[in-house]
Design a protein around this ligand. Structure first.
Ligand SMILES: C[S@@+](CC[C@H](N)C(=O)[O-])C[C@H]1O[C@@H](n2cnc3c(N)ncnc32)[C@H](O)[C@@H]1O
Length: 219
């Protein structure tokens, strides 16, 4: 991801490509619902995200060299959007805790590295990854985690991000899932990237960068 490509102003819903369905197919809906029934708190949604949300959350992740880390890919709606953006499948590292989703991801994206792991403890599973990643795209239901675990996810992700890399998170809530005082204390800058009304429920996407990095990004 190139810092120069980061937009300076937030925007609302990314336009929907009229040739694409707004939501992934029935098979994904069914798979989601089944997994949600077994573990509602961890899955955090009864259906996959919309294509519009996938486009917004991946909108700044260009086909730059370097790996991209995705947390909580589920059935892979953001993963597909990343591939559409030109990220190579072999540059994707997918961290998924639900075994049924991890198995599905392995079948769908055979060249990607699928880690069946808990994103709250990122340093451990990612020690197998190696070089820093250029972006982290998170579909984790952060609001269902304790604040301590939310922070652990963020710190763990930044432990693997390149210095000018960014972390992208969506939320159904009214604000970013960590208080400003916490993100300030750890030197993170949180910016609202936009809101997608065509998602059920509507969701807001945030970009988190390191304060020092955002100074030279000019944001
Ligand atoms: C709200 S769903 C989002 C799925 C997909 N990104 C989407 O937007 O459709 C949350 C996903 O995060 C996964 N997940 C939840 N907690 C996790 C954790 N601690 N570590 C890794 N994956 C987790 C769930 O299994 C599920 O796939």
């Amino acid at each position: 991801m190139s810092p120069a490509s980061l937009p300076q102003t937030p925007h609302e819903s990314a336009p929907l490509d009229s040739s694409a369905a707004a939501y992934p197919g029935w098979r994904d809906l069914w798979s989601f619902l089944r997994t949600w029934r077994r573990s509602p708190g961890r899955v955090g949604a009864i259906a996959p995200s919309s294509v519009a949300l996938a486009r917004l959350i991946t909108s700044e992740v260009a086909a730059a060299p370097g790996r991209v880390l995705e947390l909580g890919p589920g059935t892979g709606v953001f993963t597909r959007a990343l591939l559409e953006r030109g990220v190579r499948e072999e540059d994707l590292v997918l961290v998924e805790a639900a075994p049924e989703f991890a198995a599905l991801l392995e079948r769908r994206f055979p060249a990607a590295q699928v880690l069946r792991a808990d994103a709250r403890y990122l340093p451990h599973p990612l020690s197998r990854v190696g070089s820093p990643v250029s972006a982290v795209v998170s579909g984790l239901p952060l609001r269902n985690l304790s604040r301590r675990h939310r922070l652990a996810v963020l710190l763990g992700a930044f432990g693997h991000l390149a210095v000018d890399g960014a972390f992208y998170q969506f939320t159904y809530g009214a604000r970013f899932p960590l208080p400003r005082s916490w993100t300030d204390r750890h030197g993170f800058k949180v910016q609202r990237l936009g809101r997608v009304y065509g998602n059920l429920p509507p969701a807001t996407v945030y970009r988190v960068t390191r304060r020092a990095a955002s100074r030279w990004i000019g944001a």
